[in-house]
Write a protein that binds this ligand. Structure first.
Ligand code: C5P
Length: 277
């Protein structure tokens, strides 16, 4: 038995996402700067007689079975880790409060999987992350290790090489999503790279936003042109120091010098004021 507890599953923001090329296995080699927002989903872990996942919140209805699945897969992964260390993982009921839009470039599913894995490992009495746990996380999804890391970092490879960055001063930010779900494989596919083909250059300076880009922005606009409209609106906002798309979209981010009025945003778009760091 354990006392019920909750963990945050914050939105993951790619401040830069350079695609260096396509590997022989079909995955894309990335160089990314990742930070986390104060907004996110929340998972509560409670002792139960059988493993169970329930969900509520603005995006619970939009949850594909996949989101429940990734938590179920995280449970199986945690059971494997625990049994390999002579520990056991009792049944857990997980309740997910889904505040973030799904398939939206801010790591909803990956962040849920990371928080789930962390929670299940905690229940099994494993609190320290190590290379083996990071490897298992990578099997759950390319962005799961970075979400497990949970602090500003540079992420390379397909997501397995993570290096802490000096903490950023937390920045105010507006996240806007036009509520179009964008398929990550479809966006990568738009790049049209052959296996083994190179694309962009690595991040020259992780401290200089002037050299950061998101190589998935144009392909994502190709898949969902409304992303271009979102970026167009954000660019014109007063007090915006930089705006960009996160991940494979469709969520776009405006870094703000000041809070802004959001009532001008198109009805039907999701938006939230938050901080990133
Ligand atoms: O690992 P994850 O399930 O998050 O990735 C979803 C899909 O995105 C992969 O199946 C792959 O098609 C594509 N992807 C990629 N290169 C990456 C990450 C993801 O091509 N570095």
């Amino acid at each position: 038995m354990f006392e019920p507890f909750s963990l945050a599953a914050p939105a993951k923001i790619n401040l830069a996402l350079h695609v260096l090329g396509r590997r022989a296995d079909g995955y894309h080699e990335l160089d990314s700067i990742v930070a986390f927002a104060s907004v996110g989903d929340r998972l509560t872990f409670t002792p139960a007689s059988a493993f169970d996942v329930t969900a509520e919140g603005p995006f619970a209805a939009a949850l594909p079975a996949a989101s429940g699945n990734i938590i179920t897969r995280a449970y199986a992964a945690a059971q494997g880790i625990a049994s390999g260390r002579g520990k056991s993982l009792p049944p857990v009921a997980v309740h997910l409060v889904k505040n973030l839009p799904v398939a939206s470039g801010i790591g909803g599913g990956s962040s849920n999987a990371a928080a789930a894995l962390r929670g299940f490992l905690k229940v099994a009495g494993i609190e320290e992350l190590d290379d083996h746990i990071m490897d298992v996380a990578l099997q759950l999804g390319a962005d799961v290790p970075v979400c497990l890391f949970g602090k500003p970092c540079r992420m390379r490879g397909v997501g397995e090489r993570i290096e802490a960055l000096a903490p950023f001063t937390r920045r105010r930010a507006l996240l806007v999503n036009p509520l179009i779900e964008v398929s990550t494989p479809a966006v990568f596919g738009q790049l049209g790279l052959e296996r083994g083909q190179s694309l962009g250059k690595a991040i020259a300076d992780v401290t200089d936003p002037a050299c950061w880009r998101n190589d998935l922005a144009l392909p994502a606009i190709g898949v969902a042109p409304v992303i271009g409209d979102v970026l167009g609106v954000l660019e014109k906002l007063p007090g915006v120091s930089r705006c960009f798309m996160s991940g494979s979209g469709a969520t776009c981010v405006a870094l703000l010098d000041d809070d802004v009025e959001t009532s001008f945003l198109q009805q039907g778009w999701w938006s939230v004021l938050t901080t990133i760091g």
